[in-house]
Ligand binder design. Structure first.
Ligand code: HT9
Ligand code: FE2
Length: 366
């Protein structure tokens, strides 16, 4: 077991589980206001926003994320019941309804004075971790004096159940691909290079986001029995003069074809379910790009409603309720577990200061 799992905050008094996620639009009229919520105070160029709005509208303005989260919540409820744990599960998002502020306000008005929080990101970093701590603090402020104590569950990038679900998906994907010399390629959401450098407590040396992603990829490949793989990035946004993690998946497919692979299996290890980034940036854009290169393209399933994901969430809950031993397969430090939205450590995942835009450097983001 790695050394850096924060000591679980014991919460035998927890009276609910709050399932916190990103949120997504559920119809065409939701798309613009949703995107405005996502990008408030960020440096996302308007032409990028127009392009992303198109991706959502391509699917009728409905992101798959809310329905997938509701299905996962049902699975978590069933698993809690099966284990005899009496814990109501509530749902609250950062960017769209049901909003986390409303979920926490409802808890306060029902007299729920303590809850655990599961956030749907496995990762360290500003977008994956610190922003969830900010959401928790903001939601408590909105709920006022009777706001519940909220203890967030830890990051889980190397949890054996999470790794095993992806490993099965990789084995399955490769067997369906039917290529003779396939390449296994993992992807996660790109972030600004500066945000990756700032990910985690400075004492850990930074880059905890990309280090966790690389470790998850290595563990999944190993569990699937695959000797070689690549880790690349997807869904970059932001102005073109700001460096983000790369290479991008589509550029990397050129490389894979040049190395004479006849197929690629893409495993989106950065996402727990088939979010819009997965069904657009991979299943649509990257698939087309691979077709243009004449190589076979497959996409490994995300855990989604694999029973092991719900099982893992209940195990994380039990680390707090009855002191279940945290299970980990890797060594990269892991944080995320704090009370009432406190940062994980001093200086952890410092919030980005939006860089000033330089004249003459606007244009498409890719
Ligand atoms: C690390 C990371 C994760 C993984 C961890 C986690 O799961 O949280 C993630 C997940 C997600 N990102 C999502 C959607 C979007 N992300 C955006 C923008 C951004 N993401 C970033 C990072 C991440 N994002 C960053 C650094 C930006 C730039 C602006 C900013 O600093 O905030 C934008 C704005 C347009 C654009 O720039 O693309 C949208 C619409 C959805 C929902 C999809 C659906 O509807 O199914 C999900 C799950
Ligand atoms: Fe994102």
């Amino acid at each position: 077991m790695g050394s850096a799992v924060a000591d679980p905050v014991r919460e035998p008094g927890a009276r609910a589980l709050l399932f916190a996620s990103f949120g997504g639009p559920e119809g065409p009229d939701d798309v613009r206001p949703f995107l405005e919520n996502v990008t408030r105070g960020r440096n996302v160029p308007p032409d990028r926003l127009d392009a992303v709005a198109e991706h959502y509208l391509h699917f009728g303005g409905v992101s798959p994320i809310n329905a997938l989260n509701r299905a996962l919540i049902d699975a978590v409820r069933a698993r809690l019941r099966a284990e005899g744990i009496d814990l109501p599960v509530r749902f609250g998002n950062r960017n769209w309804h049901p909003l986390i502020e409303d979920a926490v306000t409802a808890m306060a008005s029902e007299g729920i004075d303590g809850a655990l929080v599961f956030a749907t990101s496995a990762w360290a970093g500003y977008s994956g971790c610190r922003q969830y701590q900010e959401d928790i603090a903001r939601a408590r402020a909105a709920a006022g004096e009777r706001a519940p104590e909220l203890v967030r569950l830890r990051q889980f990038h190397d949890h054996p159940l999470f790794i095993d679900a992806f490993a099965d998906a990789v084995r399955d994907g490769l067997s369906r691909l039917g290529a003779e010399r396939p390449r296994l390629v993992f992807t996660a959401h790109s972030v600004p290079d500066g945000a990756d450098q700032a990910a985690g407590p400075p004492a850990d040396g930074g880059r905890l986001y990309s280090r966790q992603v690389e470790e998850s990829a290595r563990l999944v490949a190993q569990a699937a029995g695959i000797d070689e793989h690549d880790v690349v990035w997807q869904s970059r946004s932001g102005p073109p003069h700001i460096p983000w993690l790369g290479p991008d998946i589509c550029d990397h497919l050129d490389e894979v074809a040049a190395r004479r692979h006849d197929g690629v299996l893409v495993c989106p290890v950065g996402f727990i379910s088939d979010h819009l980034e997965v069904i657009w940036d991979l299943d649509t854009e990257a698939r087309e790009h691979a077709a243009g290169l004449g190589i076979a393209f497959g996409r490994a399933a995300t855990p989604g409603t694999d029973p092991r994901l719900a099982e893992m969430i209940v195990e994380l809950v039990r680390e707090h309720l009855d002191g279940a031993t945290p299970r980990r397969s890797g060594n990269v430090p892991q944080y995320g577990c704090t009370r009432n939205g406190a940062p994980c450590a001093v200086g952890c995942c410092a919030a980005p200061s939006p860089p000033r835009r330089t004249v003459g450097q606007s244009g498409p983001s890719r």
